[in-house]
Design a protein around this ligand. Structure first.
Ligand SMILES: *Cc1c(COP(=O)(O)O)cnc(C)c1O
Length: 394
């Protein structure tokens, strides 16, 4: 019988070492692995024999978190990289070549946006961005040479949703070989499993919720054994070299053991904060998929187990008052990144999404006045009291 989510997040990827049985996975802080003989080295390189060769090609700590993520996302295989951008670039360099077309949603993590629009285009990949919240836009933008369809849901930072099942179906009906790639950083497999909804590949910034403790930069990808194999032996090995260090992988494994309870608490706290904000006269708009006022609330209920820890707001305030509000927060820490125990607050237009021009922000429906919160694991009354004090100053 398939074990439950919590059991899988804790027990998957355990390795037995001859003679000793540590409860926690040791850190294999080594660049290379000794062969018994020249013949064995040759067999490992030819793929005739499984086993470790060199840490850029594989390491037990990185393999362990790959197994964990695959078990949680419901994937055949998964792998780890040195950052979320390392994961995204590794996947895209594997999936695309010159002359191909990439169709992506218009609201993307800022560096994903610049990799697509300023990076891939330099190498002969055509890139189109459209609003995926209406799947019809995807249908009309697909081309004969479309090889990949890419999006986040909920999107960063405007918390728009994309119907993963509908978009996957449209893309695959157009051409079964199109790779549907979903950045699942905001949800983690605890809240949403894109592969079960028809997507082909999931990418993560493991820096965020998968680790959950704000002390690592890491990335991951999950998908079919064939595609993840290509990403490992070509995308990562030859193209990006974005290899995760054994210690970073160890920390991700440690964080992932508590993923479900953290995500449940992030979601519960964010819901309380979003409800509070929605009732406040100085708040013009609250973007949170768990509020019935969210235009895609029905889709959120269908596609997500709970609504996550990210909340964005617009204030009834001038730009300088908004800045004053952010500066006056004491418990909520002014910092980019997300998914940590601490509540973090940032201004996307001048920080995470400063890679977008003012026109592109408008087109992507990312208001300059947006303030993004990553609601942490503190007592929700304390988070609300801090926000209340900040709002009372403007
Ligand atoms: C942070 C983030 C990334 C990039 O990840 P890094 O680990 O910072 O390289 C990609 N996508 C989303 C949604 C993110 O929040």
């Amino acid at each position: 019988m398939k074990k439950g989510f919590a059991t899988r997040q804790i027990h998957t990827g355990h390795i037995d070492l001859p003679g000793i049985s540590p409860l926690a996975m040791p850190i294999f802080q080594t660049s290379t692995f000794e062969f018994d003989s020249a013949a064995q080295g040759a067999r490992r390189f030819s793929g005739e024999e499984r086993g470790y060769i060199y840490t850029r090609l594989g390491n037990p700590n990185s393999a362990q978190i790959g197994e964990k993520l695959a078990a949680l996302e419901g994937a055949e295989a998964a792998m780890a990289m040195s950052s979320g951008m390392g994961a995204i670039t590794t996947v895209m360099w594997t999936a695309l070549r010159a002359g191909d077309h990439l169709l992506a949603d218009d609201a993307l993590y800022g560096c994903t946006y610049s990799f697509f629009t300023h990076g891939l285009t330099r190498f002969g990949v055509e890139v189109t961005l459209v609003d995926f919240s209406n799947p019809e836009n995807v249908k009309s933008a697909l081309r004969d040479n479309t090889r990949a369809v890419y999006f986040e849901s909920p999107t960063n930072p405007n918390l728009k949703l994309v119907d993963i099942a509908a978009v996957s179906e449209i893309a695959h009906a157009h051409n079964p070989d199109v790779k549907v790639i979903v950045d699942n950083t905001f949800c983690t497999p605890y809240l949403q499993r894109p592969l079960e909804l028809g997507a082909d590949v999931v990418v993560h910034s493991a820096t965020k919720y998968l680790n959950g403790h704000g002390d690592v930069i890491a990335g991951m990808a999950a998908g079919s054994a064939e595609f993840i194999g290509e990403c490992t032996m070509f995308g990562l090995k030859d193209m990006t070299g974005a290899v995760i260090g054994p210690f970073e992988a160890y920390l991700i494994a440690r964080g992932m053991k508590t993923l479900d309870i953290r995500m449940a608490r992030h979601s519960a706290n964010a819901m309380e904060v979003a409800r509070y904000l929605e009732g406040h006269p100085k708040v013009k708009r609250v973007l949170y998929p768990g509020l019935s006022s969210h235009p895609q609330y029905e889709l959120a209920k269908r596609q997500m187990k709970d609504f996550g820890g990210m909340v964005s707001i617009e204030l009834n305030a001038t730009r300088s008052e908004s800045a004053e509000f952010i500066n006056s927060l004491e418990l909520c820490t002014l910092a980019v990144s997300l998914g940590d125990a601490e509540t973090l607050v940032e201004h996307p237009a001048t920080m995470t999404h400063s890679t977008y021009s003012p026109e592109a922000l408008l087109e992507a429906n990312i208001p300059e006045s947006l303030i993004r919160f990553s609601i942490g694991l503190e007592d929700p009354e304390d988070i609300i009291a801090d926000i209340e004090a900040g709002l009372s100053r403007i």
